[in-house]
Design a protein around this ligand. Sequence first.
Ligand code: FAD
Length: 864
Amino acid sequence: MSRQNRFVRGYAVSKADVDVVVVGAGFAGLYLLRELRANGFSSRVLEAGGDVGGTWYWNRYPGARCDISTTDYTYTWDPELHEQWTWSEKHATQPEILKYAQFVATKHDLYSSIDFDTKVTSAAWNESAQHWNVETSTGESISARHYVMATGCLSIPKDPDIPGTDRYRGPVYVTGRWPHEGVDLTGKRVAVIGTGSSSIQSIPHIAAQAAELVVFQRTPNFSMPAFNGPQPSDRVARLKADRKAYETEARLSGAGVPMELPTVSALGVSRDEAFAMLERSWQKGELLALGATFSDVGTNREANEVICDFMRSKIKEVVNDPGTAELLSPRGHSYGTKRPCMDTNYFQTFNLPHVRLVDLRKTPISTITETGIEFGDESKEFDVIVYATGFDAMTGAIVNVDITGKNGLTLKKKWEHGPLTYLGLTSVGFPNLYMITGPGSPSVLSNMMVSIEQHVEWIRDTLIDLREGGFDTIEPTPMAEEGWRVHCTDCADITLFQDTNSWYMGANVPGKPRVLFPYIGGVGRYRQTCDEVRARGFLGFELVGSGKKQRNDGIVRRVQPDVDMVLEMMGQLGLPPIESMSPAEARAFSEASSAMRPPGPEVGEMIDGTLPGAGGPLEYRLYRPATKGPHPVVVYFHGGGWVFGSHVSDDPLCRELCKNADVVIVSVNYRHAPEDRFPAAADDGYAALQWVVANAASLGGDPTRVVVAGWSAGGNVAAVTAQLARDNGGPALKGQLLLTPVTDGSRQHGSHHENADGYILTKSLMEWFWNHYADPSDRSHPKASPLLARDLSGLPPAMVVTAQFDPLRDEGDAYARALMGAGVPVEHLEARGHIHTSITMVDALPSGKPPRARMAAALRRFLH
Ligand SMILES: Cc1cc2nc3c(=O)[nH]c(=O)nc-3n(C[C@H](O)[C@H](O)[C@H](O)COP(=O)(O)OP(=O)(O)OC[C@H]3O[C@@H](n4cnc5c(N)ncnc54)[C@H](O)[C@@H]3O)c2cc1C
């Protein structure tokens, strides 16, 4: 093949003025080039290396392999490849993967459009000409309408930040830039610095040659055996049976590999059972299998610790010296929050007599010398030093190019506090700039072949849309970009990633901002989002052509990510609407759903009893903290639209508030409609409050410190009870906690229309509730609609929580404002991205935790 001949098969392009410049000839650049050509875009690919392959061109260290199985880590866009290429192993070696890249490039005649040994040094947006000026290390200047960074997430090795690195006179090797001719380490004294993935793969091979090997470790990593061998037969069989279905499953999966979704909590089974399940996953030798054993290891530290314990037990089993085993055992970071590794005999290597492990936390390197390394109180000579110190991941290669957008803004400057992108693909101020697997996309948290193909196809389709629509430029809007940043942060916030110093968080590079660089919302959901953006007329983008402009401002994902998943699951279940049921059916349905929830935290004591209501005895449940009383008391009213629910139906929420606010909670089963219509619930609320205060001492409570609280219709009962207590001369209340309360029977507020459907509580369900509870003529009575009370002054301090995607949002907001207007101290929490039900879902939806913590804090403030 000739790399010089770029004018073949009619793809001749002028050396400047191309439609698209692509930087990088790894798997991303190659596929994009092929698609650009196939769709008639003139293009050039510029590559710093001497051949195609990217990662697999540069990383030639001994033992380099992929760790996603090659049945999955392979192109899907050319079906012929599946016949023409057979991977020899489950986890192919670097030479084999490089050969594959070369094979594809040759087959599709891609070499002819690639300039090798050509580094892109700068790219500047020319606003008047509406194109990019790209400068290269070869002195060339190219203009292009569109500019794509296919520069890879792990392509810039990190410089070792160790004193004296320049002093050493012996040979130095960096795993990510290993010499092409290989290195003979036979009989040598070798130091390896770093114990990340590359090191874990290479150490057994280096040890096999070296006379002496010293491994310098700062942080131990979790690694599992690859059990390499032929392609897994079950996968091969599935691919043979229906390749298309398999690929679709991969594209819609969490990490780009078909995987059954776990449903079992690591804390929901015994330790022995958990370990037995993990052992089955371990034996698969699949990178993602362990993390996919349980449903909660990504979000719950305690659950994650089960895997960590299992992994540490495995290290102890194979490493002979207990001290070394302990040193190799990761502690202090959750499994998966640093990239897990796959190895072949890594831990066993430390049993060899000539291999030694040095703990850099205890004995840091003071300096590299001319002949070796000084660490602790030792000075040791080495023939060779190998740096396996990782990469300036995700953004390193992008900001390595001097990219200047509109108004002289550089990308480096814009990203100084963290990368800002829309979809991880584009960035405000940089029209027609695209990043493949950029920060803010699943990228390194996925099988990257799937993510690369998805980005290439999105860019291709976008360019086609622009051309067909007569648009020259595309740029995201600030609102869309900010919305994406918030969504990425919301996703990260419910995971354990933020607590770990990892390269995912930029923590391995001094001065790099600390944010989670990849998008953790999942490959499938991410793909749907990108598709949705295009389908909705490029939501969040401004498109400009000669004499025309299309600005479709907006935010693509506004619901909290875990809430979104619940909504999607509910949608898939295709349940009948509650309002189509009889009250009895609705109650049975509600009870059945409640039975499946996590129970909430342990409390000191739970006692069921009865109290006198306004129309007869009412059941209650008392939750007492484990701490010493007497405690302040919360009289709590459950949700359920006055029709269903009971004193136990908000159990998890009551338990959590009891524990976190250190209060006694008395949850009351007020009478329900339609059997007992308005004002039964309100009258019961007030009667219950009176009884609780009168009997507080015998309940272990303090009658002088009492609050009313409630959720939804229960929030309505609580608000009304507070008004009745004021109007009837007591009992005196210290506060009221109203969670997404019903406050106005008119249902005229905007959120009833805006959030009418799709967020579990619907406009029509609310109508059903009201019809069961109160005649239209009664609904404006303040005992039904506390917002409509003539006077709201003199009420106890309030915390009002409203949810953004709740039909009741605006009436809750209005009540908070009206209370404030009447001089009542109010804390108003507008829970962003939440729906009517999500904040109550204790231990099921992590995003509900912060608002509930605020609620507990408010109770403490009112009461302690
Ligand atoms: C050792 C190792 C193992 C991996 N194993 C897996 C795995 O098992 N599964 C998985 O999904 N992913 C794995 N990855 C991630 C891997 O990077 C991707 O899977 C994939 O190869 C990335 O392809 P790419 O084309 O996006 O980028 P790359 O392959 O990184 O290619 C980018 C290219 O851009 C070029 N470039 C960068 N800057 C410039 C510039 N300024 N001018 C010109 N050229 C430039 C680089 O020279 C490089 O060739 C691994 C990464 C490493 C380092």
